[in-house]
Design a protein around this ligand. Structure first.
Ligand code: EPS
Length: 388
């Protein structure tokens, strides 16, 4: 089983991620991880933090001479601001009390429920961990998963299909594996030039008003073999695992697999992906309404998932009504440094979560303590499928 844990607060000294269950022999270098972290920092509408955050990283274990050892891989991601000393007192681990408690919880953030649940009067005790800064640690784990999947011919990519009111047309072409560089070149990680301009205009308008924006990202996986996940038990269904993994990203409020919400309104005769056979390609489909998953298993077609992000709960012009937890008087939520939108970055995090689920299910199906053993098992399965 592939497992991973993250630790660290947004303005603490660092984040750390430990990934356990990887086979030995996966080529892995800091540059691979840094490149993915760099993709996550991009995007029109990010706040000041992303201009100076460097995501400086180091391996603490699990990698020797450029390849994994089969032992847990641990990676430290330094928070750039820590060395300036700005957060040293506020985020110190030594006993003490804050001089600036945040007592006006932001509606839409973890603040109030977290304060009630854990018995805090300072929202910072909650927000530091609830912050999407934690996704930097996930992206490192996802970059390792992507390295593994690449050896099995599986590629994961994402693009933004909606940002606020600006959306890609439903007729737009779905990007393929070779389109990732073009998507990353777009300031909003959108594959459609018309929608891209509308999205940038949306962000500019929201920024002027001190407001924030949500949106939708589509995450695609090409090259997954049939049979990842299983129909035999609820917690082994691939679509269930993907929905949980994607929904767990901070600020996500909905997940769709394939055309899930659209097919709910169609008749059965129009809602499914007809099966064809050709000697060259075996079983094929001309539509992807099921998102490449039937009965909780990958079908061998492109896997398609969409995830909807709510507008960020921190606003540059605080107008959301709240209550001060000490005085119980009505007020407006506190102001923190923030992004106008993080939807473009959320696509990279969505890729991460899909890659981690696919890597986990690949390892569950094919096993192997070394990459070579995994690849032999994978090849044997594909050969057997070709004989069926
Ligand atoms: C975030 C607030 C901002 C974002 C942050 C998420 O951070 P700060 O409060 O330091 O300006 O930049 O995202 C990241 C730091 C990151 O690496 O993605 C929040 O409140 O969730």
């Amino acid at each position: 089983m592939l497992r991973y844990l993250t630790a660290g607060e947004s303005h603490g000294p660092a984040l750390v991620v430990t990934i356990e269950g990887l086979p030995s022999g996966i080529p892995l270098e800091l540059d691979d991880l840094a490149a993915e972290l760099g993709r996550r920092r991009l995007g029109y509408g990010r706040g000041p933090r992303m201009r100076f955050e460097a995501d400086e990283i180091e391996f603490l274990g699990g990698v020797r001479h450029g390849r994994t050892l089969g032992s847990p891989v641990a990676v430290l991601i330094h928070n750039s601001e820590w060395k300036t000393g700005k957060w040293a007192a506020e985020m110190s681990s030594a006993p003490g009390v804050t001089q600036k408690p945040l007592t006006q919880p932001r509606p839409g953030h973890a603040d109030l429920a977290g304060m009630q649940k854990y018995g805090f009067v300072d929202a910072r005790d909650v927000l530091e961990r609830a912050s999407a800064r934690e996704t930097a640690a996930r992206v490192v784990a996802g970059a390792v998963a992507k390295q593994l999947l690449q050896h099995l011919g599986i590629s994961v990519l994402s693009h933004v299909t909606r940002l606020g009111a600006a959306a890609v047309s439903s007729q737009a072409v779905r990007p393929g594996v070779g389109d990732l560089a073009a998507i990353d070149e777009s300031e909003v990680r959108c594959f459609d030039a018309t929608a891209e301009s509308a999205m940038i205009a949306e962000i500019k308008a929201a920024a002027k008003d001190g407001d924030s924006l949500g949106g939708i990202v589509e995450i695609l996986a090409y090259g997954a073999p049939p049979g990842l996940g299983s129909h035999v038990h609820w917690d082994r269904r691939l679509d269930g695992m993907l929905a949980q993994a994607l929904m767990s990203i901070q600020a996500m409020k909905a997940v769709e697999i394939g055309e899930g919400f659209t097919v709910a309104g169609l008749r059965g005769s129009e809602a499914h992906d007809a099966i064809h056979w050709t000697d060259d390609h075996g079983y094929t489909r001309d539509t992807a309404r099921a998102g490449g998953i039937e009965g909780g298993m990958s079908t061998g077609e492109v896997i398609v998932a969409r995830v909807a992000m709510k507008p960020l709960a921190t606003l540059n012009r605080p107008v959301l009504a709240t209550v001060d937890v000490v005085t119980k008087l009505e007020t407006v939520s506190f102001k923190e440094r923030t992004d106008v939108t993080a939807v473009p970055a959320a696509g990279v995090v969505g890729e991460t979560m899909m890659a981690l689920v696919l890597a986990q299910e690949t390892l569950r199906k094919f096993g192997g303590d070394s990459l070579d053993e995994l690849l032999r098992n994978h090849r044997g399965y594909l050969d057997a499928l070709a004989q069926q």
